[in-house]
Design a protein around this ligand. Sequence first.
Ligand code: TUI
Length: 313
Amino acid sequence: MKTRITELLGIEYPVIQGGMAWVAEYHLAAAVAEAGGLGLIGAASAPPEVVREQIREAKKLTDKPVGVNIMLLNPNAEEVAKIVVEEGIKVVTTGAGNPGKFMEMWKNAGVKVIPVVASVAMAKMMERAGADAVVAEGTESGGHIGAATTMTLVPQVADAVNIPVVAAGGIADGRGFAAAMMLGAEAVQLGTVFVTAKESIVHSNYKKKVISAKDIDSEVTGRSTGHPVRCIRNKMTREYLKLEQDGATFEQLEHLTLGTLRSAVMDGDVVNGTVMAGQIAGLIKEEKSCREIILGMTEEAERLLKYGNKMFV
Ligand code: TUI
């Protein structure tokens, strides 16, 4: 399954693992890499030295490419940006902002840069700034989201730029993968399905919450603060949305969510915690290994892309 993305990154399958805060640590990243995709360590809000340690641990587990996702809202982003260069990382993805100011340093170090974008304008800006590819992330995704859906964003970004496009948001099986390719993507990025992977260190309560979620169990908190975050409905989201409706201040809302992603992922508090997941959670029915996820998806997609799904009578 060769595309410009597999060639660019030196990977076997055009599948990238999302750089999820707390979830995308070195065991998961190495397992995805070993299965032939691009594994990512999510730097999120981790202290820079922790990111360095994570990179070194991943390298002990795999010789295949592992990248780092840098969350640009993190005040330490600049330090992390330097550490990835020092540690010889060859692929960086970025989220939640504009990575323009780090581009020159990364390009000079031979790092491939793949910003996550939620609009055509940002995709074009990133191409001009020297990005090697972009991830077009639809609002179906978990975590911090933009407004456009994957179905509408991916073909518009694919038309607007010449660099390869990776589709993200709402993809968890071969059908979604094949559909993304039809929209003009040359790879997919998966988050939610890797949360439930056997190699994912996420607390079993969190995995169960994702696996038992139904189609409409997804909620978006923080629309009023300008930082919309998609997660699975629970006591926290109900309280949050009520507060938001009642006109709570940014500080009150922040207070309700401070540290709650960590408590959900690490301690399994899926009642008061933030269970970030995409809208595709309803499709995921069981824990699988990263290899089963990637091979199952790419085999199904190959079949669909070759023979269609026999929808015409
Ligand atoms: O970044 C993500 N997903 C995330 S980051 C995150 S950490 C967090 N936790 C709580 C509250 C807020 C953040 C959790 N999930 N996805 C990639 C992504 N990037 N989605 C949307 C964007 C984006 C948004 C605006 C990219 C660029 C952008 O541009 C802003 C600008 O500077 O114009």
